[in-house]
Design a protein around this ligand. Structure first.
Ligand code: IMP
Length: 422
């Protein structure tokens, strides 16, 4: 079954674990958007792996992993990640990792451009991961980006980089940020690129061949629906299509190749960075942080935490065409007495069951809550859905009803075996 895994909230939903779980039956695992702003933590056989750009199938011996054309690749960051994962005993060879020659390159100055934009936005800053993702996508759309295929043509790449460095330095100087020499950018980029060169190829025919041969394809989404450049809480979003559609434009596989969409959400809501978060709750944030939970895998930042928001989840299920929900971190709520679920927003006296597009509405959106009893029991040792406490099952059933999507998986802990079929 060719399956898209997509985040339904603001990222960090635990997609890595669900991807890892489904990877067992997949032949090919594909990333189609985002870059090393993503951070997936996967615990397999007792070892913790943090993946940023590498598809989660890399932890398995017999899977093909593809970084598709829609991804922005930071060659220096990717090399560091490869070295780190190799040091944990995972082999990464060209047969196992393919990088699209159409993928755009994140260059060192993109990170500084990210910083410059944040400075210029002042208190309206996005709170980016400072990985240069937005500026790299901006160059792509602005038709002045560099693709992996361009790095194969060194004289062309050098000329492009030299031209762009002089443009970029003018911007950076305005913000007193470090400027670059083209020679340093070229040398650092090529040092990393030499490690990646054997992996760079035209991934589209490889993917089509696998599809036509009936192989199981797994599309690994990064970030989440509310960070989608079109459907998210704009402008507090990332710069790619994080929703299911991004899996096709970002890989060269058509929509007809997709057979299932698993939408991943937490049993509550979290967000890092700036932007609207109507159900944010200080008490719940403090409670989860005290448990050592909800610190970002990429930046280590504490995430803001809040109640489950089914206004946002309902919309996310619509735009992704979710065929099954994976609800993670259910165990995070084990000790709570009463749990709130936001079922609608009150905006100036009008009930809204879907999120507004008008950014001025967000400040006035007051969540309308339903309250459900907690289960006050440890769920981490449950090995089947039936073993979950009745109140936990009732909470999940209500979530599914409110989102109009069926439950598929439930996560009760970070380990691979703590994923239950619903
Ligand atoms: P950027 O993707 O670094 O440009 O950041 C844009 C917004 O997306 C910021 O609010 C980031 O915190 C958020 N973001 C990007 N990647 C992730 C992720 O993997 N998890 C959660 N938030 C993310």
């Amino acid at each position: 079954m060719n399956t898209v895994i997509t985040g339904l909230q603001w990222g960090d939903e635990g997609k890595g674990k669900i991807v890892d779980y489904l990877t067992e039956s997949a032949d090919v695992v594909i990333r189609g958007q985002g870059g090393n702003n993503a951070g997936h933590t996967v615990i397999a056989k007792g070892t913790k792996y943090v993946l940023h750009l590498l598809p989660s199938g890399i932890l398995w011996d017999n899977k093909i992993n593809v970084i598709g054309n829609g991804v922005v690749v930071d060659p220096i960051g990717l090399c560091i990640e490869i070295e780190r994962i190799e040091a944990q005993g995972i082999e990464i060879c060209p047969e196992k990792l393919l990088i699209s020659d159409r993928a755009h390159v994140v260059l060192p100055f993109h990170k500084e451009l990210d910083a410059a934009r944040e400075i210029s936005l002042g208190d309206q800053k996005i709170g980016t991961t400072k990985r240069g993702i937005g500026p790299a996508y901006a160059d792509k759309v602005n038709r002045c980006g560099l693709r992996m295929a361009d790095l194969l043509d060194r004289p062309f790449a050098e000329a492009q980089i030299t031209r762009r460095v002089s443009e970029v330095n003018e911007i950076l100087a305005k913000y007193d940020l470090p400027v670059f020499t083209a020679a340093a950018v070229i040398s650092d980029t090529y040092k990393a690129f030499e490690r990646l060169r054997p992996h760079v190829t035209n991934t589209i025919p490889v993917l089509h061949k696998a599809w036509k041969a009936g192989k199981n394809l797994l599309f690994e989404g990064a970030q989440g629906t509310l960070l989608d450049i079109d459907f998210g809480t704009y402008p507090f979003v990332t710069s790619s299509n994080t929703t299911a559609g991004g899996s096709t434009t970002g890989t060269g596989l058509p929509p007809t190749a997709i057979e299932a969409v698993i939408g991943v959400c937490k049993a509550y809501t979290t967000r890092v960075g700036s932007g609207p978060f109507p159900t944010c709750d200080e008490g719940l944030s403090e409670y989860l942080h005290n448990l050592g939970r909800e610190f970002g895998a990429t930046t280590g930042r504490p995430r803001g935490c809040g109640w489950l928001d089914t206004v946002l989840l309902r919309f996310a299920c619509m735009v992704n065409g979710v065929t099954g929900l994976a609800v993670t971190n259910v165990d995070g709520l084990d000790e709570y007495d009463h749990l709130k679920i936001c079922v609608a927003y009150d905006i100036d006296g009008t009930r809204h069951e879907l999120p507004p597009a008008d950014r001025s509405f967000w400040d006035r959106a007051k969540p309308i809550y339903e309250t459900l009893p907690g289960w006050k029991e440890d769920t981490t040792a449950c090995t089947s859905y039936d073993q979950l406490p009745p109140n936990a099952q009732a909470y999940l059933t209500r979530l599914s009803e409110l989102c109009d999507a069926p439950l598929a998986f439930i996560g009760v802990g970070p380990d691979r075996k703590q994923t239950l079929k619903a």
